[in-house]
Write a protein that binds this ligand. Structure first.
Ligand code: AMP
Length: 383
């Protein structure tokens, strides 16, 4: 495979067409690349900004082959792209990160098994394929615990928390016979993540340790420069580097961690693409996670990830629309708020519609400003 850089003017194909692809397209087009996107959706967040939007199922391999023939390199923004799709695409253009990485990361069991085999610190888990497996896992790892579907889960979907053994039966019914992962519940003090990039030449860069606050299992607030000890910071970055090297990632990958009592660091999960917890970088870092993805997959040198100012990001979910259009003017009255909307037509509860980034004198100040701006969106009663 050629290690020649893919230069501005070339065309990058993106599998998936959500907000991650949209922000990738902004970064790519700013640098003079063309962007094509393929997904089953029409009029998609990525499609609005792409030069070409192909609407096709991921298993329509004729469409995938045709798509791949017209681009110079392919990346993805959606984790659940089938391996048949990336295998087919890879016959016509380089796929970065490689499809095999996607295959590991899209399946909790494969991911945890790989991490454990490589000696990375992962939440204790068991594979569950029957009710007997579930009973044995509960006896071995104890309760509370979380039962998660092995494949195709995100943002807390396909998860059941177990606190007592009389809940096992109902939980197993809920999995409807699907392969699952039983995970010990981690009494974490904080959740943090490290988003990092690796170039074609193996160069590594990261955006530091970011603190993540969740609401209803969905990311709510991300603030860089997490208040963790130097030992945790170093370990989180070292582990992340080990994972990107171990998987031979060319692109961006995020590692989500739990920080437990006594500075115990455990990996929750991996995402082999830019991540919601790295969105602040679009406004607050010299190089955003999206620009770095462009640079990495095109074989260009990676940019500086330095944080220019303390910042914080809050998500805007569809719930904010329940009494009508949010009051954008009120939120933007604070001059240092950056508004990102993903162009989604329908605001459903729980759906990620956009985010706000705020700057501040320090991380707490930035976080407060971001939360206040979000509050202002729905504060005024509608007349
Ligand atoms: P996930 O979709 O696996 O990232 O889970 C979403 C969120 O649920 C996590 O960010 C945690 O807040 C919570 N969660 C998931 N698994 C566990 C666990 N084993 N222990 C404690 N909290 C968990």
């Amino acid at each position: 495979m050629s290690h020649q850089p893919i230069l501005p003017g070339a065309t990058i194909g993106v599998l998936g067409s959500g907000q991650l692809g949209r922000m990738f397209a902004v970064a790519a087009r700013r640098m003079g690349y063309r962007v094509h996107t393929l997904s089953p959706a029409q009029d998609s967040p990525t499609g609005h900004l792409a030069d070409r939007e192909v609407t096709a199922a991921y298993d329509d391999l004729d469409a995938v082959a045709d798509f791949a023939r017209r681009v110079d390199v392919i990346t993805f923004e959606f984790e659940n792209v089938l391996s048949a799709t990336t295998d087919c695409a890879a016959r016509h253009a380089p796929v970065r990160p490689a499809g095999g990485i996607l295959q590991i990361c899209q399946h909790r069991l494969r991911e945890k098994t790989w991490l454990e085999a490589q000696g990375f610190p992962v939440t204790p888990f068991r594979r569950i394929a029957s009710f007997e497996d579930l009973q044995q896992a509960a006896a071995a790892l104890g309760l509370p615990a979380v039962l998660k579907t092995a494949g195709f889960g995100y943002d807390g979907k396909g998860q059941v928390k177990l606190t007592a053994s009389d809940q096992l039966d109902a939980a197993w019914q809920e999995m409807a016979g699907a392969e699952a992962v039983f995970e010990a519940f981690v009494p974490f003090e904080r959740e943090v993540s490290v988003t990092a990039a690796r170039g074609l030449d193996g160069a590594f860069s990261h955006w530091g340790v970011v603190e993540n606050e969740h609401h209803n299992h969905v990311l709510d607030v991300s603030t860089p420069d997490a208040p963790v000890s130097e030992a945790v910071r170093r370990q989180a970055i070292e582990v992340t580097r080990g994972i990107l090297d171990g998987l031979d990632v060319v692109g961006v990958l995020c590692v989500e961690f739990f920080v437990g009592p006594g500075d115990r660091l455990l990996i929750n999960e991996l995402a082999p693409r830019p991540h919601n917890s790295g969105h602040f970088s679009f406004d607050a870092s010299v190089t955003s996670q999206f620009e770095q993805q462009v640079r990495a997959v095109c074989g260009l040198p990676l940019g500086s990830t330095a944080l220019m100012r303390p910042a914080s990001m809050v998500n805007l979910l569809g719930d904010l629309w329940q009494d009508g259009e949010p009051d954008w003017v009120a939120a933007l009255a604070e001059p240092e708020i950056k508004l990102h909307l993903y162009g989604k037509a329908e605001a459903r509860p729980g759906r990620k519609m956009g985010h706000l980034v705020a700057f501040g004198a320090d991380r707490d100040d930035a976080r407060n400003r971001a939360l206040n701006a979000r509050k202002a969106l729905t504060q005024q009663p509608k007349t």
